[in-house]
Design a protein around this ligand. Structure first.
Ligand code: AMP
Ligand code: ZN
Length: 131
């Protein structure tokens, strides 16, 4: 059983911020910033490809609710909502989860590094990705 399923079943303790029939939000044990919260479905799905759209809706409703709560109660200007989808993208726990990460001005975290497309590369990419 994965570690988040063990939290759901009660085998491993967690600091639960919110719970309903299908969704659980709890504090990340090693926060990027204090208040860093993880939001999961109680049902185990590994990634965005596996999760049915209707259940994703249940999950995103709670992401919004907890995001608003963090912002209000921690007096934040902003927070990151992150889903690391796949090990290459940084997913270490194979049970789909959203990170809600409180952010503060000058908290020292770098933003994404961006690169420029070379000549014609954006057009080639568009041919691959568009409908
Ligand atoms: P990710 O790298 O996106 O898979 O994120 C996994 C997150 O789970 C990390 O930020 C960990 O700190 C967190 N984590 C791992 N084990 C626990 C646990 N038992 N309780 C709370 N958070 C956990
Ligand atoms: Zn699981």
């Amino acid at each position: 059983m994965c570690i988040f399923c063990q939290i759901v079943s009660g085998e491993i303790p967690a600091k639960k911020v919110y719970e309903n029939e299908r969704v659980l939000a709890f504090l990340d044990v090693r926060p990027v910033n204090p208040g860093h919260t993880l939001v999961i479905l109680k049902q185990h799905y590994r990634n965005l490809e596996e999760i049915p759209v209707l259940e994703l809706q249940d999950l995103i409703v709670v992401v919004k609710k907890i995001g608003e709560r963090l912002k209000a109660r921690l007096n934040l200007e902003g927070y990151n909502v992150i889903l690391n989808n796949g090990a290459t993208a940084g997913q270490t726990v194979p049970h789909l989860h959203f990170h809600l990460i409180p952010r503060h001005r000058d908290d020292g975290y770098p933003t994404w590094l961006h690169v420029d497309y070379g000549s014609g590369e954006a057009e080639k990419m568009l041919e691959i990705l568009k409908n």
